[in-house]
Design a binder for this molecule. Structure first.
Ligand SMILES: [Zn+2]
Length: 453
């Protein structure tokens, strides 16, 4: 798949230089996403949505709320630059941000699309890592008032979404792999911008996600096709420009067939993304590969292809469930059981409900059924629709296999006054509801203290 010209060339140059300077410890990412063959489903989603029904959770025996944060994974290890072993620091310093693919690890090298055409991932030759951390967050849903906040934050010139994410940046940046979910397509620069029901949002939000520290974004959602094929192309081009990897939609059959695999401290991690449907919008004739429709078989098939391409860990972002319902739907539970039954998928990260849903372990693997809205504005009385979770997972390699050995979370809150901002575990907001919901399946998931994260 052709990537943007100059970054791709820069990548090739950096790649060659990097190999000379640091032949060991280099794994190149593949890109794109695998795709199922299922047909489009008809379903709907009213995003600004009706008044929220009560949580309606069955009372489950919960471990004591308000757990103090436990010792943090990744603490005691270098963050950011230090967490990418392999390429000599001097080489990274010399080539800096141009070193796409040259400096190992998705943070140093945003697994830029420009490297895609150069071949399948290569095993690292240095000592294998034993641990890495993953952060994942909820829906990024740019309602009109969110876009207006970005305009004000930019001083009326363009759009700047970075201030809205600023408070979570330290949490996102520190993870070895940070995964976001971009629910909507982006518009051309300058608009026109649209909100619900057919979103077309300011493209600057993508740059803000990259600047916040994300490495890869899932793009399969019920809004993926809101602006048709052009919207998919624009969105993926914006992600490429920002140096973000992506999964869930594609511009070509070849791109769809190439798994998204990231080098995370030397571990090869695949990111998959699927959605339950497209709000009734059919995929273009002959182009079912444009966006991934969720079935257990489709996810398992994509996971197997990713492993054949070299992935050691597979993370699936699933857009599923019932909006505004905390309790996982029967369909979510069934899919989680089917997808996590074998060794294909290691972790499920859920979106779409726009409220927090529980974390659980299914066949020994973790599923975060729904992380809520990371960024949205669903009104002054949004309540749970403005509460979300930053999920944090630690993978460890034991006996040759990677497994999640710790799952934790930080409650997040969107405040809309005096400005729209995301607040991690904000003072004055006890976040008891989020904590209770996340633990409602009986897993005593620790709540991570913000400052020490
Ligand atoms: Zn959705």
């Amino acid at each position: 798949m052709p990537a943007q010209g100059s970054p791709a060339r820069a990548c090739a140059l950096m790649l060659a230089a990097s190999l000379v300077l640091a032949a060991p410890a280099f794994a190149r990412p593949a890109r794109g996403s695998p795709i199922p063959n299922a047909s489009s489903s008809r379903s709907d989603s009213a995003l600004p949505g009706p008044a929220l029904p009560g949580p309606g959770l069955a009372g489950s025996a919960l471990p004591g709320p308000g757990l103090a944060g436990s010792a943090l994974p990744g603490s005691g290890r270098p963050s950011s630059a230090g967490r990418a072993p392999g390429l000599p620091a001097a080489a990274c310093a010399v080539f800096g941000p141009l070193a796409y693919g040259g400096c190992p690890g998705p943070r140093m090298c945003p697994a830029h699309g420009g490297c895609a055409a150069e071949g399948p991932p290569r095993p690292a030759r240095t000592a294998a890592p034993r641990e890495f951390t993953v952060v994942a967050t909820g829906d990024v849903l740019v309602h009109g008032t969110v876009a207006e906040q970005a305009r004000r934050d930019a001083g009326g010139r363009g759009r700047d979404f970075r201030p809205m994410f600023a408070a979570i940046r330290p949490l996102v940046e520190r993870a070895d792999l940070a995964v976001c979910h971009l629910e909507t397509p982006v518009a051309p620069l300058g608009g026109p911008y649209r909100g619900y029901p057919l979103f077309s949002v300011p493209p600057q939000v993508v740059r803000a996600l990259a600047d916040t520290g994300y490495d890869t974004c899932s793009t399969a959602s019920n809004h993926t096709l809101d602006q048709g094929e052009a919207g998919v192309r624009r969105t993926l081009a914006a992600l490429d420009r920002a140096g973000l990897r992506h999964a869930g939609s594609a511009r070509s059959r070849a791109e769809a067939a190439a798994p998204t695999i990231l080098d995370v401290r030397g571990a090869r991690v695949a990111h998959l993304s699927f959605t339950y449907g497209f709000n009734g919008i059919p995929r273009p004739p002959g182009k079912k590969w444009i966006a991934n429709l969720l079935t257990a078989d489709a996810v398992l098939g994509a996971a197997r292809r990713a492993r054949e391409a070299g992935a050691e860990v597979v993370i699936a972002s699933l857009h599923w469930g019932e909006e505004y319902r905390h309790r996982p739907s029967p369909s979510q539970v069934r899919l989680a059981r089917e997808i996590l039954r074998g060794d294909e998928v290691d972790l499920i990260i859920g979106h779409h409900a726009h409220v927090v849903q529980p974390f659980d372990r299914v066949h020994g693997n973790w599923v975060a059924y729904g992380l809520g809205n990371l960024l949205a504005n669903q009104g002054a009385d949004a309540g749970p629709k403005h509460e979300s979770a930053l999920a944090h997972f630690t993978f460890e390699r034991r006996a040759g296999a990677w497994r999640v050995t710790k799952a934790q979370f930080t409650p997040l809150l969107i405040r809309t006054t005096p400005r729209i901002r995301i607040h991690p575990d904000p003072p004055g907001h006890p976040s008891h509801r989020t904590t209770r919901i996340i633990r409602s399946q009986g897993e005593p998931v620790p709540r991570t203290p913000t400052p020490d994260f």
